[in-house]
Design a protein around this ligand. Structure first.
Ligand code: ADP
Length: 415
């Protein structure tokens, strides 16, 4: 624009006539052009303005040091976007204003708005339908899972929810439910086995008492024979009482109703106390029970339950060791402060295939072997429970002959 302006012979500002030939003349024609003196005197307005003012009086600083742009409105209401710039022509300062109409832009915008408003219901309907389809597809597996879950009862705990193999949130949910079902199934199975094993164990001594009594009643005998019968019946009653005591301990332990009363005491005292209970039995079998170890080692825990654990292990050693055997009870102090109680015998030992299961409830290596001394397979599981309650563990050490059980307990200060 600046290049096209010049002062005519009469001093009037003119735009070069031949600018229509200029390649960018179209732009000039399409734009509004106004040239003002710095004081606001109108020096030139192009035809498009049709005599209207473009932007009114100059604003202080307008067009100085570069282009200033703003929006304005012509008298006929046309919204325009305008740039101003100071220019000097033949030594005279000028303010050039060039603007274009925003009308076509607003017209487009209105068209777009109308089109959007008209299209909106269709778009919303489509989006709603697509959302419904998507929700149906997403929720279908959930529905299947819910139906399957409804069918799972305590008799069908082996069943699992589908879709557990997918990597999404539903798969995650299904896996969590399935692992819950697996745990429930295991607990139910354990409970079932426990009930049937317990019933079986209770039945055996009762059957024995009954048959011994019936036989005696059928065959009259001397008072000595009656005494013998009553003696063997009482033996079975003792066995029954011990079994019921064990079952009670286990069920109270399962319910978490057992409270420990920890105290600090000498480990050797505990070992001697436990061993003392077997004096009569050991004498009968001509066995030797030897306690050895460190007198200074102390242990912190519930004395009653720790003694019970040790007694159960020593009882097994006495029961299963041959006549004349020797059993060692050793108290060992570990450098880290923990304590080991070892019970070693020279009995028949336990084959490696059984060693993993001997701590299971009612598990007996050899039914016929255990029937004699009369164990129900609960002793070691109770011992394991008691030791674990104290933060320790019990294990069967691999030995070439006999059995060595080791009870590990944490240091007295930690327990
Ligand atoms: P039980 O009351 O029958 O002795 P336990 O739970 O105490 O039950 O022991 C489980 C099984 O482990 C026993 O039936 C027995 O077969 C085996 N067992 C345990 N201790 C010994 C041992 N010192 N020597 C040989 N076998 C043992």
């Amino acid at each position: 624009m600046e290049g096209l302006l010049s002062f005519g012979p009469g001093g009037a500002l003119t735009l070069r006539e031949d600018y229509h030939n200029h390649p960018e003349s179209k732009q000039v024609l399409e734009r509004y052009l106004e040239v003002l003196s710095p004081q606001g005197g109108v020096l030139y307005r192009n035809q498009r303005l049709a005599g209207q003012a473009l932007g009114g009086n100059p604003i202080p600083g307008e067009g100085e040091g570069g282009y200033s742009s703003r929006s304005a409105r012509l008298q006929d209401g046309t919204p325009v976007r305008m740039v101003s710039r100071r220019h000097t022509l033949d030594g005279r300062p000028l303010l050039l204003r060039l603007a274009y109409s925003e009308k076509p832009i607003w017209a487009r915008f209105e068209e777009l708005a109308v089109a959007s408003v008209l299209a909106m219901p269709v778009v919303l309907a489509l989006a709603g339908f697509a959302g419904y389809l998507l929700a149906q597809r997403t929720l279908a597996p959930l529905e299947i899972m819910a139906r399957r879950a409804e069918q799972i009862t305590s008799e069908r705990l082996h069943e699992r929810l589908p879709n557990a193999e997918t990597g999404d949130e539903l798969g995650h949910l299904a896996r969590i439910f399935n692992s819950l079902l697996a745990r429930l199934e295991q607990s139910f199975e354990q409970l079932r086995r426990f009930t049937s094993d317990a019933s079986h164990e209770l039945r055996t001594p009762l059957t024995s008492i009954r048959s011994v009594g019936e036989v005696r009643l059928q065959n009259n005998g001397s008072s000595d024979e009656y005494r013998d019968t009553i003696g063997s019946m009482l033996e079975e009653v003792n066995r029954l009482t011990a079994l019921i005591d064990s079952l009670l301990t286990i069920s109270r332990a399962d319910e978490g109703r057992i409270q420990l009363h920890p105290t600090v005491f000498s480990a050797m005292d505990l070992a001697r106390e436990a061993v003392g209970l077997f004096d009569v039995l050991v004498e009968e079998k001509h066995q030797k029970l030897v306690v050895e170890g460190n007198e200074d080692v102390s242990v912190k825990g519930d004395r009653v339950f720790l003694r019970q654990a040790l007694v159960n292990v020593i009882h097994n050693a006495v029961k299963y060791s041959p006549v004349g055997g020797t059993i060692f009870v050793r108290v060992k102090h570990e450098p880290a402060g923990s304590l080991r109680l070892e019970v070693a015998d020279n009995g028949p030992g336990i084959a490696s295939e059984h060693s993993a299961r001997i701590f299971d409830r009612f598990y007996r290596v050899d039914e016929s072997r255990s029937r004699g001394p009369g164990g129900a397979g609960l002793g070691l599981s109770i011992a394991q429970w008691a030791v674990r309650m104290h933060g320790g563990d019990i294990q069967l050490l691999p030995t070439p002959a006999g059995c060595t059980f080791q009870i590990c307990l944490p240091p007295a200060s930690n327990a």
